[in-house]
Each structure stands twice: as structure tokens, then as C-alpha cells.
Design a protein around this ligand. Structure first.
Ligand SMILES: Cc1cc2nc3c(=O)[nH]c(=O)nc-3n(C[C@H](O)[C@H](O)[C@H](O)COP(=O)(O)OP(=O)(O)OC[C@H]3O[C@@H](n4cnc5c(N)ncnc54)[C@H](O)[C@@H]3O)c2cc1C
Length: 268
């Protein structure tokens, strides 16, 4: 297996087109583990570390742009992130342990789309746009199920753009952690503004997704979710929790998000 640290985006695209078995390497927190377990066997690893286009956190007039190679630790400690939407810093600070936060990247997390990852839910709730080497696409259209995204084998995720909400908005993320890994057994991200409520969930098994019934309930004043339950047939059983328990957590965590947001403990 070859290892190459790329120094130009076009070089990466050419290498990917020439070799479908090549894989991009961000911080290696998922990919190297998959290789050790024999679940992935790339012919070459193309390290993205030296590409300037994938780094940097930039506060723009109407959005915040985060490079795909930004680590969770960088996002958690960058003052522009906390000023723009503290939920994003909160998500980053709650990921894994120190080593994972310093090696793992937002781009790797999003491209990998682990069904228990936090970032995909945060991107969906915050209505983010993903900019790749080939297109700009809404988070609503990016994720396609467990470990699935619209990324083609020769496509590189460059950066993620979070829009500023035109009207005051508040956001919060609640995670019920799987204790050994700190991945989400269930996680709920909520952004509430005068435009409406966006709720995205993770950890249910099939990848991050919105919860339209929950959004509609809050928007129409049913702020206790009376009579609204997450459909447990849409959740998975595994050794950590039953589908019914995960579905119950969706409701509990959504109510906690709403309460945090509306008692001003929530993060603007
Ligand atoms: C013990 C543990 C606990 C964790 N806990 C959490 C958690 O609580 N919440 C959470 O959200 N995450 C969690 N993670 C995931 C972690 O945050 C990493 O972001 C994730 O593992 C991806 O790792 P990475 O960024 O190093 O990417 P890599 O492992 O290097 O890459 C992952 C995949 O993405 C592809 N890829 C990487 N960058 C790009 C790019 N720019 N364009 C296209 N494809 C790309 C790679 O080819 C590979 O297929 C945890 C991980 C571990 C090991």
C-alpha cells in the first residue's frame, strides 16, 4: 500500500480518478481503525493534511465556513465558532476523547457518516451547505443512510458552511452517550428560530435524519410533545440499547433541547 501526502487539490482528484481503490486520509480515526479490522484495504492513502483549501475557520457576513480538515479540538476552541453558534463548539467538545478531538476532523466525520456520529445531526439541524470539489449541496441532500453520502469516489469534501439565521435563532445539542466511546447512543440537535424548528437525530442506526413530526409539534405549540412519539420501527436494536429505548430517548432529548433553548440555558 502506498502513502502520499498530496500538495494540490488537482493532484488528489487525478489520483482518485486513476485508482478507484485509493482512499483519502484525514485524521485516520475511522479509516485506520477500519483497516486494522480488515474492513478496508485501500491500495493507497492520500493524506489531505497539506492542502490549504481544507483548513481554516472563516466568519463571513452571513455564514461560518469550516474547512473539512479542521479538527474537533480546533472547532471547540475557536472563538468565532462560539460567537456564531455555540452549539457547534459544544458538539466538537463532546466528541470522543482528547486524542480523537485532536486527530479527528469534521470532514472525516461527515464523509464517513457513522450512524452514531454527532456532526451529521448538527449539520442537518443547522441547515448547513457542504462544498465539495464538484458541487455545493445542502445537508438535507448529502446524507443517504448508514455510512452513506452522495460523495463520489473521486470527490473531495472541501468545507462546510453554516448559514446565519436571518432572525434570532437558538440551538442546542443533547447527546445520550455510549459510555465507552462517547458516540451518541442517541443524539438530538435542535435549531429554533422565527422561521421554524429543525430537529435532527443520530444514533438510531440508519444515519442522521430530520424528525418532521417533532418539528411540526413544536412549531404548532405542542411543546410537551403530547401524543408524539418517535416511531421505534425506524430505530435499531443492538447490544447497547433496544430500538424502543432509542426511540424514547429521541423524545426525551428533544424536550431537553427545547427546554434549554427556552430557559436561556440554551446556546444562541
Ligand atoms: C472512540 C471514538 C469515539 C468517537 N466519538 C465520536 C462522537 O462522539 N461523535 C462524533 O461525531 N464522532 C465521534 N468519533 C468520530 C471522530 O470524530 C472522527 O471524526 C471520525 O472517526 C472520522 O475520523 P477522521 O476525521 O480522522 O477521518 P478518517 O478516518 O481519516 O476518514 C474517514 C473517512 O472519510 C473519508 N474522508 C476524510 N476526509 C475526507 C474529505 N475531505 N473528503 C472526502 N472524504 C473524506 C476517508 O476517505 C474515510 O473514508 C469517534 C471516533 C472514535 C474512534
Amino acid at each position: 500500500m502506498n502513502y502520499l501526502r498530496a500538495n494540490a487539490l488537482e493532484q488528489v482528484a487525478q489520483l482518485l480518478r486513476a485508482d478507484p481503490e485509493a482512499r483519502l486520509l484525514a485524521g485516520g480515526q475511522s479509516l485506520l481503525a477500519a483497516m486494522r479490522l480488515g474492513l478496508a484495504a485501500p491500495s493507497q492513502l492520500i493524506d489531505l493534511q497539506a492542502l490549504p483549501e481544507l483548513h481554516g475557520i472563516v466568519l463571513q457576513p452571513n455564514s461560518l465556513s469550516i474547512g473539512a480538515m479542521c479538527t474537533h479540538a480546533q472547532i471547540a476552541s475557536e472563538k468565532n465558532v462560539a460567537a456564531f453558534m455555540p452549539m457547534l463548539a459544544q458538539v466538537a467538545a463532546g466528541i470522543g476523547d482528547q486524542q480523537i478531538r485532536h486527530q479527528g476532523t469534521i470532514g472525516g466525520s461527515v464523509a464517513n457518516h457513522d450512524p452514531a456520529a454527532c456532526w451529521p445531526a448538527a449539520l442537518l439541524a443547522a441547515n448547513a451547505t457542504l462544498h465539495t470539489s464538484q458541487q455545493s449541496i445542502s445537508a438535507d441532500d448529502f446524507f443517504t443512510g448508514m455510512f452513506g453520502t452522495i460523495l463520489q469516489s473521486d470527490e473531495i469534501l472541501l468545507r462546510i458552511e453554516f448559514p446565519a439565521f436571518a432572525l434570532p435563532a437558538q440551538a442546542h445539542y443533547e447527546k445520550f452517550e455510549q459510555l465507552a466511546s462517547r458516540f451518541a447512543l442517541t443524539g438530538v440537535a435542535m435549531v429554533a428560530s422565527a422561521h421554524g424548528v429543525r430537529i435532527a437525530i443520530t444514533g438510531l442506526g440508519a444515519g442522521a435524519c430530520r424528525w418532521p413530526e417533532g418539528e411540526q409539534a413544536f412549531e404548532t405549540g405542542n411543546t410537551t410533545l403530547t401524543g408524539i412519539d418517535y416511531d421505534a420501527t425506524q430505530a435499531y436494536d443492538d447490544l447497547h440499547a433496544s430500538a424502543r429505548y432509542r426511540a424514547h430517548l429521541v423524545k426525551v432529548l428533544s424536550l431537553r433541547c427545547w427546554k434549554k433553548i427556552h430557559t436561556h440555558e440554551g446556546l444562541k
